[in-house]
Design a protein around this ligand. Sequence first.
Ligand code: FAD
Length: 468
Amino acid sequence: MERKKIVIVGGGITGLSAAYYLQKQIRENQLAVDVKLVEATERLGGRIHTIKRDSFTIERGPDSLLARKPEAMNLVQELGLEDEIVYNGTGQSYILVKNKLHKMPKGAFMGVPKEIKPLLASNVFSRKGKLRALWDMVLPKSKETGDQSVGALMRRRFGDELVDYQIDPLLSGIHSGDIDQMSLQATYPMFHRLEQEHGSLIKGLQKTMPKPAKKAKEKKSQGMFFSFENGLETLIDRLEEKLTDGTVRTHTAVDHIEKKEHGYHLLLSNGEVYRADAIIMTAPHNKVPKILSQYDFLKNLYDIPATSTANVVLAFDQSQIKKDIDGTGFLVSRSEKYRITACTWTHRKWPNTTPEGKALFRCYVGKPDDQDIVNLSDEEITDIVLRDLNKTMKIKARPEFSIITRFKHARPQYHVGHIELVADIRANAASELPGLFLTGSSYDGVGIPDCIGHGRKSAEEVLGFLNK
Ligand code: FAD
């Protein structure tokens, strides 16, 4: 029997996870299937990119994984990487409101309050704002059944103040997006369920979120996020090691795909043609219509917007920080006249990344209404970031070095209606392009654990397809 061939397009975490789980299945079930992974750039990892400089460990893209999502931890255990895990330092985080850093109230989940005392004690909100937020506990649940924006739900339950000062900076920051356009169903469906089942998000969180055990409270609590001693790329390197020799082809883009009577032909940027019985497409959604330009329905992928952002890493000698603050970093409320959206004090949150006596800051720029900032020069962006930092921190010198990483039109936005839009495109793909699976961060979840899950699911789907 002729061996079947699967080609994975893209060597980010989704593509690598798909390749890993496919080869695991192939080995365990002795399947006559070969896997190839084609990556356009010279390196694997996509947005995950760790570099070393002057004994600093620097993340140019994501910096951590959410520990409570099982997909990542399961993979980390299978890969034998537990000993290399480091958890984040759990110090105080801050929110910048009215040009001042305020302690982020404790007892909240994704910015949504669970405990009332810290909310009442906080000096971030006015008395009126606090009272309005507590209306959540008495307001009737909404009759909304379809999709709505995360902002619409949150503003209805808590009023604008809590949303603008606490929930929006966190949730819009995670997605580099706009909470008032973000689909509730596609991003945080649990909040809709909590409202419907408990009539209140505060009450719902209180009933459903486990209380930390007393003993755990007494011990220094473990962070919610993890990375690895040598940075996130550890995961990428180990996945690559586990793949069969010859699986990966880097520095080669898939330029065009043609459907043939049996399977597909993939035209590569070096002129070669790969034949495939099935394809896992993990390249970002806005690249796909060009690769499959004959299929008009794929142009609807352009309806998934993608924002731009830049990650700005600044390294200093500790002595240059005249007003250091004990904590892990701060988020900036959208109403502030700042161009940074967040700053992590990486030397405190991830002490393993920074040599003794040094300080490492990691800031983001690129608010929804400040997208062009990513087109400025490194020098200009560094100056803007330093000016903003100096409003609260008093840093008296230029950084020892700065590293700027731009993500242009690279943060997929799940706007209201996203789930139906994707379902529609996938339904068309299933009939016009059987055996081609669209997956990755553009569709069903952006977090790295989600992407590992997408890779695993697409591996199952493609083997199911070949087995039909
Ligand atoms: P990608 O990593 O984009 O991989 C796609 C790959 O396809 C790329 O390597 C690309 O070169 C390749 N490609 C494109 N076109 C072609 C082609 N024609 N032929 C061949 N290859 C092609 N998530 C977290 O969980 N924690 C975080 O802390 C976090 N922070 C983030 C910070 C930033 C700045 C960004 C941008 C994202 C962050 N995320 C975070 C989200 C997470 O990093 C991404 O969602 C995830 O890494 C995406 O993985 P992917 O494999 O789907 O896509």
